[in-house]
Design a protein around this ligand. Sequence first.
Ligand code: C2E
Ligand code: MG
Ligand code: MG
Ligand code: MG
Length: 284
Amino acid sequence: NKAKFRNLHVLEFDTHMLDTLAQRMNILSELKTAISEQQGFYLALQPKVDMQNGQPVGFEALLRWQKPDGTLCPPCDFIPIAEASGMSLELSELVLHMTVQIIRQFQNAGYSLPVSFNLAYNDVSHPAIYQAIESFIKTGQVKPSMLEIEITESQATQDYQLLNPVLSKLIKLGVNVSIDDFGTGYSSLSQLTNLVATTIKVDRQFVHDLTSPNRENALHVIQMIARVAHRFNFDVIAEGIESKEQERLLLENDFKFAQGFLYAKPMPLADALDWLTDHYRGPK
Ligand code: C2E
Ligand code: MG
Ligand code: MG
Ligand code: MG
């Protein structure tokens, strides 16, 4: 009867919730250990290229976590957990440290290429991150022009009055600042004037839409972004390029730099060095 059915339903629902909760608790405890022991994390590196000649102009470092059981946990599954449980800053410090090591290893192999890394809003504005970056630079461990931070548009615009002074200080040091996933946030193009940044990184949704039924809209958006970015002196890069057709459309619309599976997937350092051996034609 009805009452019984409802009870059964509730029971199933609870079991499912408990499963998810247990899973989260499990990830949380594994993550805690991994962060405190600095174990299991590495940065996957994806090249940024000059579309006119296919030459690498830099890399983005994307965090990877290999869990104790060997499975790879994607950032969208553990970064929010780290943020919600107060472990984000420690993780960001680790990412910064690993990024500096990567830059040094590129340098040792003869490549002078900037590497960007992603920072959560709360961590960018935390004095510990600025101090760590400044110290890496002052002690000569990294050239500021080799270091770039990426912060998402939605985070950068939500509290830009708080964030802008830190970003200005970083830019003054010579560090580049990218506004990531640009176009997906709530800011309008007119708010570009409020952003303290060196680079606008157009979200891959617009690149994807360039070759979809929504192509007219996407084309308008990227044309506007290119024009406004030029007007306000931002560098522009597009992310998520998967086809030659998308590349052609971007080149036609004054884009020069891009990142995406068309060129390479994010890869471990050793593979990135192999990739450079095959693709880098500039002076070493
Ligand atoms: P994001 O910074 O916008 O990074 C780009 C994401 O798009 C990466 O996913 C990359 O693997 C993926 N991608 C690159 N090219 C293509 C393409 O051609 N097609 C498609 N479909 N995807 C492409 P990933 O590595 O899973 O990272 C997801 C997000 O996680 C990042 O988005 C970034 O917001 C965040 N993230 C990654 N590493 C860190 C980190 O160290 N700290 C923080 N706070 N966030 C991070
Ligand atoms: Mg990014
Ligand atoms: Mg992005
Ligand atoms: Mg994105």
